[in-house]
Design a protein around this ligand. Sequence first.
Ligand code: PBG
Length: 323
Amino acid sequence: MFPVTRMRRLRMNPVLREILQETEVNLNDLIYPLFVDENIKEKKEISSMPGVYRYPLGDLPKISKDLESLGIKSVLLFGIPKCKDETASSAYEENGVIQKAIRTIKDESGILVIADLCMCEYTSHGHCGIVDNGIIVNDRTLEIYGKIALSYAKAGVDVVAPSGMMDGQVGAIRRALDSEGFEYIPIMAYSAKFASSFYSPFREAADSSPKFGDRKTYQMNYANAREAMREIDLDIKEGADIIMVKPSIFYLDIIRMARERFDLPIAAYNVSGEYSMVKFASMNGAIDEISAVKEILTSIKRAGADLIITYHALDYAKWNKKV
Ligand code: PBG
């Protein structure tokens, strides 16, 4: 008989288990995505994401105070504008939906406002860049990203988060911000963003589905890990302050690889489809929501993420209050 190594010795007592836990999820680490819709007067639930809403601008003072009192420190803003066109001009209007949302939340609360920076919610074709003859054109898109970044900065944003996956976007945005004195606004770059089927509930939420084709000429092939490291490396060289891996649950290996190679803070985006899976499975009694969410968020941290963007943040904060 082999001598038995008693690993279970440290698992017998619940307090011992608790004090020996290696990874802890802190509410400070969670970023709550917020959809702001210029076209509505009352909040509207997103049918593919139970418990997640589009909010009218008028609801933001109350929402931001509610989030703050629950202990949520930061939000990631997405806008649904009144008008869409070929060049996303409503994304950089002084009084566009996001610009108004930024001002309101900053006026009413101490919440850190991160704004997603992309064109797909603002273009009639639903792509994340300028379209010419069916091609998503890179460098002309960068000029627009620069304009969006500046308009967010002028509205008082705390952090910008470019998600369009155009080459050179981080550098272009850094230059645009610096050229007008916004050198202290950090860039949280969606660096390793994969073309994923888990974004579809978001596209309902943000009304941002591409009207033709898909996003595979700019978002990454989910089969590629080394390429993800190149994307992250480039974003860092261009001036990213925080790097991101997206989605999260099925990309823990990418988070871990990034953690081992880079010393910047890493954010992981626990995306809409990942949220919906848990929500619908628990609504149907297949799994227990609270323990599943805790397991998922802990796993993402264990893999090496510092920050987690998650639609579960609100529920998580409420569960935290109760205990
Ligand atoms: C915009 C953007 C998307 C998401 C975040 N920013 C959609 C997409 O790339 O199609 C997805 C977020 C989610 O699924 O929760 N480019």
